[in-house]
Design a protein around this ligand. Sequence first.
Ligand code: LLP
Length: 415
Amino acid sequence: MTDNPDIRRLADWDAERLDSLADVHGTPLYVIDLDRVRENCERLKAAFPSEDVRYAVKAHTGRAVLETVREAGLAAECASAGEVMRAFDAGYEGDEVQYTAVNPPAEDLDYVVDAWREDHPDLTVTVGAADTVDRLRERGFDGRLCVRVNPGVGAGHHEKVQTGANAKFGVPYDRVPDLLERARDDFDVVGIHAHAGSGISGDDLENHRELVRRMGELARQVGELEFVDVGGGFGVPYHEDEPPLDLDAVAEATREAIGEIDATLAVEPGRYVVADAGVLLTRVNTVKEAPETTVVGVDAGMTTLLRPAMYDSYHALANLSGSDRVAIPVTVTGPICESADVLCEDRPLPRPERGDLLAIGNAGAYGYEMTSTYNSRPRPAEVALESSGSPESSDARLVRRREQRRDLTKLEDEV
Ligand code: LLP
């Protein structure tokens, strides 16, 4: 049995290796370790041995990641036609693909129904509104259908990622039995689904358990289901001193909360699979001693890693060039013309100097995925690490080239 810790901290990465990757590929640079992705999948499968584990691909849709997760035996939960397409590109077959339609544009339904009709008759469509059922019927879809439930209880690391009690998501709990009953005439009704929110840990786990309990009750009420999917949301520790989730305990509590059901329990983690498998490397452009703080300007900002600006998320930071220098409180900012473009505030960091290389931890989930080209900043490159047999060393390969300034006008040039 190989060593497979619950969390890989930023300090566990090989600093020299990261330094040489930055030299070769430039910065900002995402690094994703596929071996760690595989380890995370293995821990999930070990904690949920008789359950169905589906990867919420929105956390990281890179082809190398999807191929790794597929080989590790996890199915794919997709939020859009684009994600479904990426899953197929990575070798997934319809019977391992679950498309969760959230207010789906017509084009998405067209694509998914075509894929179902032509090549993937076993794909599952999850609907979150009675209206979506009608729109599928209009397109001639009579395949595997799952209904997303709004369980009335949410959880998550920030209010912006709590979905369980948000009216946008899912069919109101009390209306589900009736909708399912009617849908059984025209579709192969296979499951019910709910998702509390993202980044659940600590006291929030209680809310997650309540969601699971409600889903168990509903499953017993409606009968005849293949699966009950209680969503994703397993949190990872972003702070260095935060303990990791006890996945086995969470799995046990989930099984207990769902109770006796005549269906397979399914979970769909995204973050847990990729968060600690990724780091973001960035170089210091500017150091400014302001009266209030030392402002450290780096080449990654809110367009490279949006989470701190959007959710005030904490990400561990290390100065790989000067780890032995005295720490001073710094505010690390990006090159974007917005005051939200801050990666951390008043964080003690070994005194940064121009040209230093900084590493940002837990960047594998919702990192590259949420990049943009705002301020006409090209998106970063991404390198994947993967061992080629010897456990001590791994190969690095570029899996996403750096976007070039010229790429920014491509869509205009091509009309
Ligand atoms: N299933 C459904 C239906 C979801 O909407 C999501 C996440 C997941 C599963 C996976 O949740 P996870 O295991 O990754 O927590 N951008 C935010 C996270 C938004 C998550 C949206 N839905 C962030 O960076 O924190």
